[in-house]
Design a protein around this ligand. Structure first.
Ligand SMILES: [Zn+2]
Ligand SMILES: [Zn+2]
Length: 342
């Protein structure tokens, strides 16, 4: 089968590999129908994910059809359409039982990082009962594509941020994860949502699709937040951008006693200047995603409450994945997300 492979630092290549086999009774094999490219794939390519293993198939956002299940897999069966979760988790350890699946004692980000992932024709999914969720019949592959990764992240970020009806929520960053966070924040019906984004194309995307959202650039962000909130800052700030400036803005834009949720992954340490923020009494919550709400997310999609299909700006067949990466990596043609179709 064709598999997009991490060959060496800086090099991904489309290669031929044998079709995966079941290795454990909790495994499933999924025939992939659609996958996507994530910024984390680029992090692997550029060597900033030390855990990534050379030779693995990359890709961790995908949907498909169950081809085969191990003897202990009961929740899905052959021919079921499924989403694949970016996180592998056992469902049985202390962390899993408390919903903290990101810290599962025998899991974490494995697919497309430490074991073969989904930019291929087939994938082996460990702990398939936790890693696969059935797609409702009236939900398309396009609608379900981001459920296991960026949409799970947005859903989790909105959930832990304790958003209330009268809140002004600031979301920093309107890349694809920022937009997923926005969609899930909208479900909480806060009084106002402000999105701060430095890229004009992304700002225009948010303005076009979500007219009720206040869109600002970083230069005018603090001023707008102060004007639009009643108590000197945002009640909730969700930081999805991941730069030094956006980190600083997150705590500066927050009102006293606010919740600041850090979803972003930084490429270096950030400094909390505690003397400057003394007395502000902020609560910080930090990533990564506990991706265990996929059934609920699929149900919200089925009810028409979440739609991420506008994020798919490009489609390519797997054989042309090289071209897709070239566009995604260089942010050409106003790309947001690319669907790789098998
Ligand atoms: Zn990802
Ligand atoms: Zn576990």
């Amino acid at each position: 089968m064709l598999a997009y492979t991490y060959k060496d630092y800086g090099i991904f290549e489309l290669t031929e590999k044998p079709k995966p086999k079941l290795l454990n009774p909790k495994d499933a094999i999924v025939k992939i129908t659609m996958s996507s490219i994530c910024t984390s794939d680029l992090h692997i390519k550029h060597g900033s994910v030390p855990k990534a293993v050379l030779g693995i198939t990359v890709g961790h956002e995908m949907v498909g059809v169950v081809e085969e299940v191990g003897a202990e897999v009961k929740t899905v069966k052959k021919c079921d359409r499924v989403t694949v979760n970016v996180e592998t988790f056992c469902g049985e350890c202390f962390f899993c039982k408390n919903g903290f699946v990101n810290n599962c004692k025998s899991g974490g980000w494995a697919l497309g990082c430490r074991i073969d992932g989904g930019q291929a024709e087939y994938v082996r999914v460990p702990y398939a009962e936790q890693g696969l969720n059935k797609i409702p019949d009236n939900v398309s592959d396009e609608q379900a594509l981001f459920v296991g990764d960026i949409l799970a992240t947005g859903f989790w970020a909105a959930k832990i941020s304790e958003i209330k009806k009268n809140d002004t929520v600031l979301i920093i960053g309107a890349g694809s994860t920022g937009i997923c966070t926005l969609l899930c924040t909208m479900l909480k019906n806060p009084k106002k949502i402000i999105v701060c984004e430095k890229d004009e194309t992304r700002r225009n995307f948010v303005k076009k699709h979500y007219p009720n959202v206040i869109v600002v650039d970083p230069e005018t962000c603090l001023e707008t937040v102060n004007k639009e909130s009643e108590n000197g800052g945002a009640d909730v700030v969700i930081e999805v951008a991941g730069s030094e400036n956006s980190f600083k803005m997150a705590w500066q834009a927050a009102r006293a006693n606010a919740i600041v949720t850090i979803v972003a992954l930084y490429d270096k340490p950030m400094i909390l200047p505690l003397p400057d923020m003394y007395g502000k009494n902020l609560t910080f919550k930090t990533g990564g995603v506990d991706g265990c709400d996929c059934d609920e997310i699929l149900s919200l999609i089925e009810q028409g409450k979440i739609d991420t299909t506008p994020l798919i700006t490009h489609k390519f067949p797997l054989k042309d994945i090289e071209k897709a990466y070239e566009i995604f990596e260089n942010k050409r043609e106003n790309v947001i997300k690319i669907a790789i179709v098998n």
